[in-house]
Ligand binder design. Structure first.
Ligand SMILES: Nc1nc2c(c(=O)[nH]1)N(C=O)[C@@H](CNc1ccc(C(=O)N[C@@H](CCC(=O)O)C(=O)O)cc1)CN2
Ligand SMILES: Nc1nc2c(ncn2[C@@H]2O[C@H](COP(=O)(O)OP(=O)(O)OP(=O)(O)O)[C@@H](O)[C@H]2O)c(=O)[nH]1
Ligand SMILES: [Mg+2]
Length: 482
């Protein structure tokens, strides 16, 4: 229940309770197809809400009445049209009794044959029997409102559905199982303890108690701040794993950038010719290495040029040097370093990069007055895009640059969500403010305000006081039937 304030017509402040939980949704039975549209072996129509068993009962003819069937047990039967009694499909139906269901409400699932005509008629029958079509994310929203999932877990559901790689799946599942929630709750416990201690101090303001309390505030702030920093540090990798790593292949013309893209992709994606200036527009291809997705961008060779089309391509290449998550700077091992190479080395040196020395199948004539020797040697990989030598090693090295060595372990908890990152940063600022308050000698009640703010910002990750607007924003990103 949430409280809202407002002014009455005669100007008095009135508070009224707004029920956003069970009561308003309770009478409401929702239905949607949970499986992807199109032809398939089976499709699942999910129906949720108190009374959903009676709704489905009206259109189900089975060996056993649904309300007598045990929870979580399939029952065989047929779905019929509620008006004409025409049999619409042969089905399996399962009832899940509240609160032991995904939404925490009574749920019935109808497993039909997959196919648009079947699914259309069955869903239509469910609606005519008294359900209403669900909105996107409404099942998961109900799971949240009924306390089955907190907000970070509900957000993990959508990440899990969207995950395209195994590493992304693992991170999302860890969050769905409450990995992040547990960390957040632990931090909030520490803050709550010290907030309680401050209350005692305020009530009994003898001097020595205050000293002890200040020490405890410092300790709590340090402890929680350390955990926040750890989570924020994980967010860089977390986001790359979730969204993929934008990897730009750059270098002067003809060094073999497009050939390298093709070698990494394992197919002839980009045009390769012996003519410098072949690639104009950016060409991209997704590859997966060790559970991480890389979007490889092949760019135009960088040089000064009078050709207007080529120059636009070069500008785009330079833009990607700045914006990519990872830069693969390609050099031609069969020729000495040129002015363009040196300029590019200067540009990439503060970016995450790997230096790729290509064409190692040819006699090597790469020399560069000590410039290459200055670079960290683990950033240099030697390959032949033509023969494929070293390409696997390059892919492994790319994964290692992103994951920082070990890879994403099954138990690791990483922050991948912008909303969570922003809240962690706010909480961290609150803690900094609390520390300043005690350092500057203010009474402990000043720090208490900041500690409370940190506690609330952390609570927002779990959705402790999420309003309708935030919930709508989050759940509207879900697909229908989730
Ligand atoms: N057919 C079907 N498959 C599905 C789902 C679903 O809703 N329907 N899921 C939807 O996302 C996922 C599984 N998630 C679920 C989470 C909880 C419960 C559930 O009934 N939990 C109860 C019962 C546990 C028990 O019997 O011990 C509970 O936790 O109390 C069901 C599905 C993936 N596969
Ligand atoms: N011997 C040898 N030749 C290569 C290798 N990689 C590329 N080449 C050749 O080098 C030439 C240029 O290759 P591209 O892949 O088109 O080079 P690019 O860097 O994309 O060139 P631009 O698009 O013009 O900037 C072609 O003739 C390739 O066959 C390699 O590893 N060994
Ligand atoms: Mg090219």
């Amino acid at each position: 229940m949430a409280w809202r304030g407002g002014l009455s017509e005669d100007g008095r402040l009135v508070l009224f309770a707004e029920v956003i939980g069970m009561a308003t949704v309770a009478e409401d039975v929702i239905a949607a197809v949970g499986t992807a549209p199109g032809e398939a072996g089976i499709a699942v129509i999910r129906v949720s809400g108190p009374g959903c068993v009676q709704v489905v009962e009206q259109i189900f003819r089975g060996r056993q009445s649904l309300k007598d069937a045990p929870s979580h047990r399939m029952v065989y039967g047929a779905v019929v049209d509620p008006d004409t009694a025409e049999v619409l499909d042969e089905v399996l139906v399962v009832r899940m009794q509240a609160p032991r269901s995904y939404t925490g409400e009574d749920v019935v699932e109808i497993h039909t044959h997959g196919g648009s005509a079947v699914v259309g008629r069955v869903l239509n029958a469910v609606v005519r029997a008294g359900a209403r079509p669900a909105e996107p994310g409404e099942f998961t929203k109900r799971a949240f409102l009924n306390g089955r999932l907190d907000l970070s877990q509900a957000e993990a559901v959508i990440d899990l559905i969207r995950s395209k790689t195994d590493a992304a799946r693992r991170l999302a599942l860890e969050q769905l199982k409450g990995g992040l929630s547990a960390r957040v709750k632990q931090m909030r416990e520490i803050l709550l303890d010290v907030m309680a201690q401050i209350e005692v101090t305020i009530d009994y303001p003898e001097h020595d108690v205050e000293d002890v309390t200040i020490e405890q505030i410092r300790e709590a702030v340090d402890q929680v701040r350390e955990q926040i920093d750890e989570l924020l540090a994980s967010s860089r990798v977390g986001r790359l794993v979730r969204e993929g790593v934008r990897t730009a292949i750059v270098g002067r013309p003809n060094v073999g950038k497009s050939s390298l893209l093709n070698a990494l992709a394992g197919r002839e994606r980009a045009i390769v010719t012996a003519i410098p200036g072949t690639t104009r527009d950016v060409v991209d291809e997704w590859i997966h290495v060790r559970g991480v997705a890389f979007q490889i961008l092949d760019t135009a060779g960088i040089r000064t040029t009078e050709d207007e089309v080529e120059r636009i391509g070069v500008d785009r290449s330079l833009k990607w040097v700045e914006e990519a998550d990872l830069v693969l700077c390609v050099l031609d091992g069969s020729s000495p370093l040129e002015k363009e190479d040196l300029e590019l080395l200067e540009r990439i040196k503060d970016r995450p990069f790997l230096l790729v020395v290509n064409k190692i199948d040819l006699p090597q004539r790469l020399t560069g007055d000590g410039r290459l020797e200055e670079l960290p040697q683990h950033r240099i990989v030697r390959v032949s895009a033509r023969t494929g030598d070293g390409v696997q090693e390059l892919a492994d090295r790319m994964a290692r640059v992103v994951l920082g060595g070990e890879g994403v372990s099954a138990s690791s908890c990483m922050v991948t969500n912008m909303r969570h990152m922003a809240l962690l940063k706010e909480a961290r600022e609150d803690l900094d403010a609390a520390e300043r308050a005690v350092s500057e000698g203010w009474t402990v009640d000043v720090a208490a305000v900041d500690l409370r703010a940190a506690w609330e910002h952390l609570g927002d990750i779990l959705g402790e006081r999420a309003g309708e607007e935030l919930l709508n924003r989050i759940f509207s990103q879900f697909c229908l039937g989730k």
